[in-house]
Each structure stands twice: as C-alpha cells, then as structure tokens.
Design a protein around this ligand. Structure first.
Ligand code: COA
Length: 148
C-alpha cells in the first residue's frame, strides 16, 4: 500500500472556542484510502475527524468525527468538523458522495449529520455488536454536488 504524508490544514482556522484557539490540524500520514485530522483546543488534542474508505473509482468515502472530551461536546465543534470535511472531500479529493454509518441509539451523531444535511438512506438490522447486544446501523449519505 502506498503511504503518503501530505501536510494539509483547513482553510479559515484557527477559530476560538472561549479564549482558547481551536484548530483542525495537519493531515497526518495515512494511506491513500484514509485521511485524518487532529482537533486541538489550545495545546490539547480533544478529538479527531477524517474520511476513510476512500474509493476514487466510485468517488465516495465514509466520514468519522470524534470529540473525545465530553466537556468540549455540544459547542458546535462537530458541526464545524463535518462542514470542513465535506469541503475537503469536494474541493481537494474531488469526490462525489460521503456516507456515515451510525448506531441507531447514537442520537448525538444522528443529530449532527442530519443538521449538516445528510439524508437517511437505509437501516442495517442488528449490524453492530455494542455493549453486549446487536444494534441497528443507520446509513446516511450526502451528495457533494447537491449539498444534501
Ligand atoms: C457526535 C459528536 C461528534 C457531536 O459533536 P459535537 O461537537 O457535540 O456536535 P455539535 O455541538 O456540532 O452538535 C451538532 C448537532 O448534533 C446534535 N447533538 C449533538 N449532541 C447531542 C446530544 N447529546 N443529544 C442530542 N443531539 C445532539 C444536535 O442536533 C446538535 O445541533 P444543535 O446544537 O443545534 O441542537 C460527539 O458527540 C462525539 O464525539 N460523540 C462520540 C463519538 C461518535 O459517536 N462519533 C460518531 C461516529 S462517526
């Protein structure tokens, strides 16, 4: 597998969250099928976001956002991350669609992707084994040219 270390930082940042600078950092070394960006608040990394399963032949990928520290959740950081990743997928990677697969009980993530314009596209029944039980997965999609 070809490994590349490409340095990329999102345009228009840092932004401030309270008094601390919030930055979506440099793209880290990944395979061609995956990109990942650390999210920092001041000096501290509070999460990461990225795209994986990138398939250029079909123009698609999956999106992941994770704010590790609960104190930083519900402040709009996830929304900012999703919007920047959609921009990156469209303008830098030149992809066509982005998908998210979310466990049905994960109301925060479903709310996040709905807020960012993702459409519900399907339900995979008992697809994921979580905390001792099978859970359904919701498949959401976003067409980059359509913007929803
Ligand atoms: C999902 C996650 C990334 C959201 O990040 P965030 O920075 O808190 O999201 P935002 O503040 O931008 O919120 C965006 C929307 O998501 C929804 N939302 C976020 N947290 C929510 C919660 N606890 N309950 C219900 N809805 C929630 C709301 O609709 C919110 O919009 P609003 O604030 O205008 O009502 C964060 O909760 C997280 O890291 N969770 C654990 C990891 C995970 O499940 N990742 C998803 C797999 S890809």
């Amino acid at each position: 597998m070809h490994m590349s270390i490409e340095r990329y930082t999102f345009v228009g940042l840092p932004q401030s969250e309270g008094k601390k600078a919030l930055t979506f950092g440099y793209r880290t070394g990944q395979s061609d099928a995956q990109v990942d960006f650390p999210i920092h608040c001041g000096e501290v990394q509070i999460g990461h976001c990225g795209l994986d399963g990138i398939l250029y032949v079909h123009g698609r990928c999956n999106i992941v956002v994770n704010i590790w520290d609960e104190a930083h959740r519900r402040k709009g950081i996830g929304t900012k991350a999703v919007r920047l990743l959609l921009e990156y997928a469209r303008d830098v990677l030149r992809l066509h669609r982005v998908a998210a697969q979310i466990v049905a009980s994960n109301v925060a993530s479903l709310g996040l992707f709905h807020k960012c314009g993702f459409q519900d596209e399907g339900r995979l029944r008992e697809h994921q084994f979580v905390d001792g039980k099978y859970e359904d997965m919701i498949v959401l999609g976003y067409l980059l040219e359509v913007g929803a």
